[in-house]
Design a protein around this ligand. Structure first.
Ligand SMILES: [Zn+2]
Length: 234
């Protein structure tokens, strides 16, 4: 709420006690912690995130812990023996989720591009399902002619936003890999140095630099999809 210090950071959530909402809560708290630690001595206009994709990266890095066995046992308190049988399943689900999401984001990107090029076109419903069939390999229900695209909440409340998740996911993988290799030497969520580093390198600078500089400053290299690809191989 506002940008005056001390910051008033709030998360509004309607949660259920399951893995899906655990991911969402961690995701939203990721955004929240970024906002909370932006350096308040920055000028008003820079007292915000570097870019939508950098705050989505932090949110993603936190949210994905909900399906990480080490986090589930050490932080959420799930007994290790309960996790053992599900380890491979969890890892596979995480990989599938990252891949499926990329295709889903492409649908949103292409649909929005076409929508804003010609908002009055009469075949938006057809276009939507064409993209879903081509990119997500899901067949349209026979005879369907409804504005199904309008059910995606981002199209009405956060237009031209969705594509930011993709570089966000790339940065999340890159940042985590840097943190664990150079800062914590182990799972980032188990070491408070990670929090201090994130405050210093990502949250604190706010919008002082373009997002590409934030990535470079925090990880020592420009955004590189290689880290995301490596995360799919684990
Ligand atoms: Zn988010």
């Amino acid at each position: 709420m506002g940008r005056s210090y001390p910051y008033d950071v709030r998360v509004l959530a309607n949660v259920r006690p399951d893995a899906y909402w655990m991911d969402t809560m961690l995701h939203e708290f990721g955004h929240a912690v970024y906002d909370k630690y932006i350096n308040p001595s920055l000028p008003y206009l820079l007292r915000t995130v570097a870019h939508t994709n950098t705050t989505e990266a932090i949110a993603r890095m936190m949210g994905s812990l909900a399906e990480e066995p080490a986090w589930l046992s050490s932080v959420a308190g799930v007994p290790r023996e309960n996790l053992a049988a599900d380890l491979e399943k969890l890892a596979e689900r995480g990989r599938a989720d990252r891949l499926v999401f990329t295709r889903w984001a492409l649908i949103m990107y292409r649909f929005e591009k076409a929508l804003y090029e010609d908002p009055d076109r009469a075949d938006l419903g057809v276009l939507w399902w064409d993209l879903v069939e081509r990119l997500q390999l899901q067949e349209r229900p026979p005879g369907r002619d409804e504005p199904d695209w309008a059910a995606k909440v981002h199209l009405s409340v956060a237009p031209v936003y969705y594509h930011n998740y993709v570089p966000g996911h790339l940065f999340a993988a890159q940042l985590r890999s840097y943190l664990e290799a150079r800062v914590t030497g182990g799972p980032f969520f188990a070491d408070e140095m990670a929090g201090l580093y994130l405050q210093e390198a990502v949250f604190g600078p706010g919008a002082r630099n373009p997002w590409g500089e934030t990535v470079l400053g925090a990880t020592g290299e420009r955004l590189d999809p290689e880290h995301f690809i490596t995360s799919l191989r684990r």
